[in-house]
Design a protein around this ligand. Structure first.
Ligand SMILES: CC(=O)SCCNC(=O)CCNC(=O)[C@H](O)C(C)(C)COP(=O)(O)OP(=O)(O)OC[C@H]1O[C@@H](n2cnc3c(N)ncnc32)[C@H](O)[C@@H]1OP(=O)(O)O
Ligand SMILES: O=C([O-])CC(=O)C(=O)O
Length: 452
């Protein structure tokens, strides 16, 4: 079959898909379908209970939901207090991971022991880098992580065993090894696709997760204490976000079938990669690059508004109609993580002489919130989410864009692990929502009688 013929056939198949898969939007209302598992106010349908974290965007006053500045609690501890409490430590992420997995903050002795455990598990299996990561390098580091996670299944002598001890061990190993797999994947990409020298440093047991990321990514392996501290804060705030966010819910969905840890984590990675979820941090960076090409005067709010309105009208950038880094399913007034990141972005931009760029982000945040509310007539205010400032912070830490979403994953694997274990401990029921059939039942027609 010629390429042209093949292409025409595919076009015909696409027409069939589009025509047969089109569902009348009115039917969702008619059958009271909770589209996107949300009620008519956009609130998530209650599908589970968790003690791991609490995500609050509203409070209830006299029976009415009232928007509040967003709050986030990990095992009961408010996230801004955690970040503040970790201010003199470079191991905030390790403390957070311990907290999420085991329910409370570690004592100094428990933390020292936990750091040692992660240090022991950090090294990849013998020849894994050569045989798996270097062998088929990818342009996408989330794809690298998925591939590595699925391959680790074959290295595990007991991959399907769901005993908590076994699953915990698998989770700890993944938590310890994600930074190494992502960094080596990036180094392979840099070498094979960008024609740069291949740089492979070994992780160091005594270093924190943040320090190891910086060491493994940088050619000279060097970083400052401030850089490691800022990255550690980023890891802390991305670590967990309730059971309902798409990638953690994916963890619950897969775990509820009784499948293995590697299948579960690979699926969650696939979810997090999406541009409406963790992948938004890359999109924000690309959107700002595009904006800088189109907006000549960064102080001209009319020019910025015009560019952003173009995005909402699907005329600019990726034509999705979205302003990335804005909006959230739960938060309306503010995302506490974006508030924290904004402070770091401001501080770093002052140190690096990038105040103009920070001011542009600040303006876009304000104008975009207003435009989205007007454009979509949403019932709630729209705010910057965690992905809005993170890429700007990473860029100031000289981290490459390819590694932005993997950093989210390196952190969120802790939350996924806590939810997987919680689901297993509680022997949850298989997750199985319903879909209403709105097609037509048909009589079988023999092929010689089909006249279409
Ligand atoms: C780690 C994270 O996952 S944080 C989120 C990262 N994602 C992004 O930044 C992508 C841009 N943002 C979005 O796509 C959305 O805000 C989401 C996916 C985060 C949340 O979506 P929802 O829960 O549907 O938000 P909400 O109910 O407040 O939205 C109401 C309306 O406003 C629209 N809207 C919300 N945010 C945006 C945005 N950033 N740009 C354009 N329109 C938006 C929604 O599409 C929806 O329109 P519709 O009724 O025509 O479908
Ligand atoms: O809660 C959500 O829907 C998305 C989010 O912010 C996260 O997972 O961090």
């Amino acid at each position: 079959m010629s390429d042209l013929k093949f292409d025409q056939i595919l076009d015909e198949y696409v027409r069939f898909c589009n025509d047969s898969g089109k569902i009348d939007l009115n039917l969702y209302e008619e059958y009271n379908v909770k589209r996107g598992l949300r009620d008519s106010n956009g609130r998530g349908v209650l599908t589970g209970l968790t003690e791991v974290s609490d995500v609050m965007g509203f409070s209830v006053v006299d029976g009415h939901r009232v928007p509040i500045p967003g709050e986030l609690y990990f095992q009961g501890y408010e996230v801004q207090q955690l970040v503040q409490g970790f201010r003199n430590s470079q191991y905030g992420f390790e403390e957070t991971t311990y907290l999420l997995l085991f329910g409370d903050l570690p004592s100094q002795e428990q933390l020292d022991c936990f750091k040692e455990v992660l240090g022991e598990l950090r090294q990849l299996p013998e020849s894994f880098n050569r045989d798996v990561i270097m062998k088929a390098p990818s342009r996408d580091m989330m794809n690298v992580l998925q591939k590595c996670v699925l391959t680790l299944y074959t290295y595990d002598p007991d991959p399907n065993n769901l005993d908590i001890k076994n699953v915990l061990m698998q989770c700890l190993q993944l938590i310890a090894q994600f930074p190494v797999m992502a960094a080596y994947g990036y180094q392979a990409y840099r070498h094979y696709y960008l024609d740069k020298s291949l740089v492979i440093h070994r992780p160091k047991k005594e270093l924190s997760t943040a320090e190891n990321i910086l060491r493994l990514l940088r050619t000279d392996g060097k970083y400052t204490a401030l850089e490691a501290k800022v990255l550690d804060v980023c890891l802390v705030i991305h670590a967990e976000h309730g059971g309902g966010n798409n990638s953690t819910f994916t963890t619950h969905v897969l775990t509820s079938t009784g499948t293995d840890t590697y299948s579960t984590v690979a699926a969650s990675l696939g979810s997090l990669k999406g541009p409406k979820h963790g992948g938004a941090n890359i999109k924000v960076q690309q959107m700002f690059d595009d904006m800088k090409m189109h907006v000549k005067d960064w102080e001209n709010e009319d020019e910025i508004s015009e560019y952003l309105q173009g995005l909402l009208d699907k005329k600019g950038f990726d034509h999705s109609g979205l302003i990335y880094g804005m909006g959230h399913a739960v938060y309306s007034e503010s995302d506490p993580r974006a508030v924290i990141l904004k402070k770091y972005a401001k501080k770093l931009s002052e140190e690096k002489g990038l105040q103009d760029e920070f001011a542009l982000y600040d303006r876009v945040e304000r104008i975009a919130a207003k435009l989205i509310s007007e454009h979509r007539r949403t019932f709630k205010t729209v705010c910057a989410n965690v992905d809005f400032y993170s890429g700007f912070v990473y860029t100031m830490l000289k981290l490459p864009i390819e590694i932005f979403t993997p950093i989210f994953a390196i952190s969120r694997i802790s939350g996924w692990s806590a939810h997987r274990i919680e689901e297993l401990v509680n022997k949850g029921k298989i997750i199985r929502p319903a879909y209403k059939f709105v097609g037509h039942h048909k009589e079988y027609i023999p092929i010689e009688k089909r006249d279409w």
